[in-house]
Design a protein around this ligand. Structure first.
Ligand code: MLT
Length: 255
């Protein structure tokens, strides 16, 4: 599993899980803003970026969570860590918290949701995954990009994200789409998450809107909700400074 490591070489790890269909470069600005303050780990999930683990037909959120736990074991078996996941990375982070909660000092859930897909949404994903070898990543980027950003987000950022999508391996993208289609509903898990949790949402996110994320935060006993101005679904790239500051403050409180 490929990962980029920045910041301190020792100390408690903070592990960042990217969304769909992205890779660890989603967090480049987060790494830059957080600097040397912590030990920061940015993996590419199975089937994305530079990770070369075999890609199954369906990459389940549970498989991604297991891969994340395996990576953590390789890097530091003993300390409790913080996992921060955005959107699909948030689905994975919730699976991680459900299965390996005792290994978490804290949890950050960004622009994500606990509910599973509706039947219609799941069927759309399965169709999209099946068609991907013919339609290609350009078509996927065209379909996704209009919904990802706040209206004021600049073209440079939109183009960087488009290029990130175009770099991803087709098979990995299709497998993750199928995995999201069959992910279980995590709503009933939320009251069991006892670790300090920060729930972050871009103020103009239309995919995981503020109202829904507030409701999600209210179900987690030790959670705080924060919205980020001038951002849609991708605060780490659209409002990198305020996103990183929110993460930094939370880490300062729990470590
Ligand atoms: C993401 O950004 O990871 C996607 O919006 C997740 C999804 O398709 O549900």
């Amino acid at each position: 599993m490929f990962y980029k490591e920045t910041g301190q070489r020792t100390g408690r790890m903070v592990l960042f899980l990217h969304g769909f269909p992205f890779d660890h470069t989603l967090w480049l600005e987060t790494a830059r803003h957080l600097g040397d303050s912590r030990r920061l780990i940015f993996p590419d999930l199975r089937g994305f970026g530079q990770t070369t683990l075999p890609v199954p037909e369906v990459s389940t959120m549970s498989q991604f969570a297991q891969d994340t736990a395996d990576l953590m074991d390789r890097l530091d078996k003993t300390s409790r860590i913080v996992v921060c996941g955005l959107s699909m990375g948030g689905y994975v982070a919730m699976h991680f918290a459900q299965r390996f909660g005792d290994r978490l000092a804290g949890l950050i859930l960004c622009d994500t949701k606990a509910q599973s897909d509706t039947d219609a949404a799941a069927q759309n994903r399965m169709r999209r995954a099946a068609a991907l070898p013919e339609t290609g990543l350009d078509a996927l980027a065209d379909a996704m990009l209009p919904n990802l950003f706040a209206p004021q987000t600049g073209n440079d950022i939109r183009d960087t994200v488009r290029q990130m999508i175009l770099r991803q391996p087709l098979g990995g993208v299709a497998a993750a789409d199928r995995g999201m289609a069959e992910r279980p509903d995590a709503t009933d898990w939320l009251p069991g998450f006892s670790m300090p949790t920060l729930v972050i949402c871009g103020e103009q996110d239309t995919i995981s809107p503020v109202g829904e994320m507030k409701q999600m935060a209210a179900k987690i006993p030790n959670a705080r909700f924060l919205s980020i101005a001038n951002a849609g679904h991708l605060p780490p790239v659209e409002a990198a400074g305020s996103f990183a500051l929110a993460v930094k403050n939370f880490l300062g409180e729990i470590f």
